[in-house]
Ligand binder design. Structure first.
Ligand SMILES: [Zn+2]
Length: 331
């Protein structure tokens, strides 16, 4: 179960919500605004779970009936309002919020409505919601999740506590990704940069098939390189050089392989290897290659990465590097 303390980033928002719970000053309406994947839903879940928890603390206890129901998605007094259409109509709002909020909570102290993609409410829908916000029942809490607060009427905004979710800094996002997705640090940094501080996007990128495919490609290439014939190496250089979009990623993965080799040579713990599944190939190459050999290959790779950034056609250079790697891995 995701607790407040498990959520990365958004420290002031967490503190604000937990303080509200502690002081029994919970607003009837919140707007959680921020990019997709930034953590709005996770925060709303922890908030709703804590508000309904039988233990009454500022974190959900994770054990009481309410917490167990939260986890299985069956808490009768927490309603996720979702919708597949492009517009949330006045009928939708009446049916899923205005009418049911009038019915007292079944068991908990609150009745909570969490509205995904709330920016999809059209003007009539917002006006219907406004009537409820003007005279909310004591126990009612409505949380609107959105990537765009501009979509709301000023009258809605003025009746809600608006919390703005900012990008999660890399210093928090990178360790989180390494742990959650089980990926190496350099890849976590790439994913964090790509996702603009959104943990959800970064996780999706880190776990993407493209990344796995590149990793498998490099693992296969580096393992088989010592036994490759010239023809095979030439065609490999050609197909690598043709991968304009992700050649940079592939070269960086090759650097990780060399780092693993260096590490394998210097010590021996399997746990620290990025290519841990290719441990036996790494071990046998580590026995053959010299420290000087690894250093030279690292320099060559760096040069190649720099050339690629300068848009130089890298095929001959890729081929030459493969030849040098093969020699070093075999000698
Ligand atoms: Zn609980």
């Amino acid at each position: 179960m995701k607790l407040f303390r498990d959520i990365i980033g958004h420290k002031t928002i967490k503190e604000h919500l937990q303080q509200g719970i502690r002081n029994h000053q919970v607003s009837h309406a919140y707007i959680f605004e921020g990019d997709d994947g930034i953590g709005k839903r996770t925060m709303a879940f922890a908030f709703a779970a804590a508000l309904q928890c039988k233990e009454g603390g500022t974190e959900p206890c994770g054990r009481c009936l309410s917490c167990l129901q939260m986890e299985s998605g069956n808490q009768p007094d927490v309603v996720w309002v979702t919708h597949e259409k492009s517009i949330i109509s006045v009928g939708d709002v009446r049916e899923s919020i205005c009418a049911p909020i009038a019915i007292k909570p079944y068991a908990g102290p609150y009745k909570i409505f969490l509205v995904n993609e709330a920016e999809k409410m059209n003007e009539q829908a917002q006006n219907a919601l406004l009537k409820t916000l003007e005279e909310p029942p004591e126990y009612g809490v409505i949380i609107l999740l959105t990537n765009n607060r501009e979509a709301f009427l000023p009258t809605i905004l003025s009746r809600a506590v608006v919390l703005n979710f900012l990008p999660v800094p890399d210093s928090e996002l990178v360790p989180f990704l390494m742990k959650e997705a089980g990926i190496p640090d350099y890849r976590a940094r790439l994913a964090a940069a790509y996702a603009g501080g959104s943990p959800g996007k970064a996780l999706a990128c880190a776990a993407s098939e493209e990344f796995q495919e590149r990793k498998d490609l490099v693992a296969g290439l580096m393992q088989n390189l010592p036994d490759m014939d010239e023809e095979r190496m030439a065609s490999m250089a050609k197909s690598l050089a043709a991968r304009k979009d992700d050649l940079g990623d592939i070269l960086e993965l090759m650097q990780v392989w060399l780092r693993d080799l260096l590490y394998r040579k210097a010590s021996g713990k399997k746990a620290e290897l990025m290519f841990s599944q290719e441990e036996s190939a790494l071990s046998s190459q580590a026995e053959r290659i010299t420290y000087e050999g690894i250093r030279k290959l690292q320099e060559e790779l760096e040069e190649l990465i720099a050339k690629r950034k300068a848009n130089v056609t890298p095929e001959p250079a890729v081929w030459l590097m493969l030849v040098h790697m093969k020699e070093s891995f075999r000698s």
